[in-house]
Ligand binder design. Structure first.
Ligand code: SAM
Ligand code: DTB
Ligand code: SF4
Length: 332
């Protein structure tokens, strides 16, 4: 049996790894310890499994934008809110290919394509498979986020060679209900199961700073770490407060709560890539450096996320230089 995290002094080597039975009390004990102890513990876990100075770099592209029937209260692409976003149909293969080549040229190892669908139709899947194969042929890892997937759709994507599927849990099961009413938490868990069962890698995380309580951040981490397999990739997004969405005026979260969330994710899911995702344009370089220190080892790179701004590639190159960070190579 693995030792309880509470029984380990912060300075002892590392937290017990690869558990899937975390209780909220145990998670809280990690999260709320003195900040320096938390970062020290996260650093030790990080260094046991990763090169602490290498960060994986992914680039995002929105391949179908806006008019999404879901009502996610944070999202500029929901048809329920007026955010002034221009809708776009599924992009042509050549446009996607040009973007993938540019991303590779700029140093990204993974290309993630997102579509504002509740769930893709089987025809959508066939078209998207063509895009995945074209991006793979360029020598990049591929990731898709298209909404809910059926079992057979997940198998089809796996057969087509898709590496990762992104589908976020977003928050704790309790707070999730305040944010999304058109799709249940269980439906999200079902899609993740379909992705895992098909043999693809899962990318799943959430959003911090949506007005949730600390208990909800702990609840999200509990859900993620207690999945049957730790997600290979865990994106931690800071809410981008988009004008026109119901969350536009949400109070700003104490940035150190965000760093604590990253550090706790690192300790609970030692081998997962923890991605410092949306919201970096409102973070200082110092805060991002602290997130890397807390165990974040992946970012989205490129001037745009899906529809909102990301730091300019040039600024990220400078930040990496200042911190002595290298972009991780694509695994062979
Ligand atoms: N429609 C698909 C879905 O929801 O699974 C894929 C695209 S959706 C935009 C991908 C993820 O982006 C969401 O699950 C959410 O976690 C994140 N996201 C969307 N809007 C955001 C915002 N304003 N701030 C931070 N993260 C956001
Ligand atoms: C994830 O967790 N964050 C990315 C990716 N997965 C698809 C998306 C962030 C979107 C931020 C809002 C936008 O640009 O539209
Ligand atoms: Fe649609 Fe995804 Fe945005 Fe929700 S997060 S409204 S499902 S695009």
């Amino acid at each position: 049996m693995s030792a309880s995290i509470e029984s380990l002094p912060a300075s002892s080597s590392v937290a017990p790894s690869f558990r899937h039975d975390w209780t909220l009390d145990e998670i809280e004990a990690i999260y709320q310890q003195p900040f320096n102890d938390l970062l020290w513990q996260a650093q030790q876990v990080h260094r046991q499994h990763f090169d602490a100075n290498a960060v994986q770099v992914s680039t995002l592209l929105s391949i179908k934008t806006g008019a999404c029937p879901e009502d996610c209260k944070y999202c500029p692409q929901s048809v329920h809110y007026n955010t002034g976003l221009e809708r776009e149909k599924l992009l042509d293969k050549q446009v996607v290919l040009d973007a993938a080549r540019a991303a590779k040229q700029a140093g990204a190892s993974r290309f993630c394509m997102g579509a504002a669908w509740r769930q893709p139709t089987d025809r959508n899947i066939d078209k998207v498979i063509d895009l995945v194969q074209a991006v793979r042929d360029e020598g990049m890892e591929t990731c898709l986020t298209l909404g809910m997937l059926t079992e057979s759709q997940a198998h089809k994507l796996k057969e087509a060679g898709l590496d990762y599927y992104n589908h976020n849990l977003d928050s704790s099961p309790e707070y999730y209900k305040e944010i999304i009413t058109t799709r249940t938490y269980q439906e999200r868990l079902d899609t993740l199961k379909n992705v895992r069962d098909a043999g693809m890698k899962t990318c799943t995380g959430g959003i911090i700073g949506m007005g949730e309580k600390r208990a909800d951040r702990l609840g999200l981490l509990q859900q993620l770490a207690n999945l049957p397999e730790h997600p290979q990739s865990v994106p931690i997004n800071m809410l981008v407060r988009v004008q026109g969405t119901p969350l536009q005026d949400t109070d700003e979260l104490d940035p150190l709560e965000f760093v604590r969330t990253i550090a706790t994710a690192r300790i609970m899911m030692p081998k997962s890539m923890v991605r410092l995702s949306a919201g970096r344009t409102s973070m200082s370089d110092e805060m991002q450096a602290m997130c890397f220190l807390a165990g974040a080892n992946s970012i989205f790179y490129g001037d745009k996320l899906l529809t909102t701004d990301n730091p300019e590639a040039n600024a990220d190159r400078k930040l990496f230089d200042r911190l002595g960070i290298r972009a991780m190579e694509k695994p062979q």
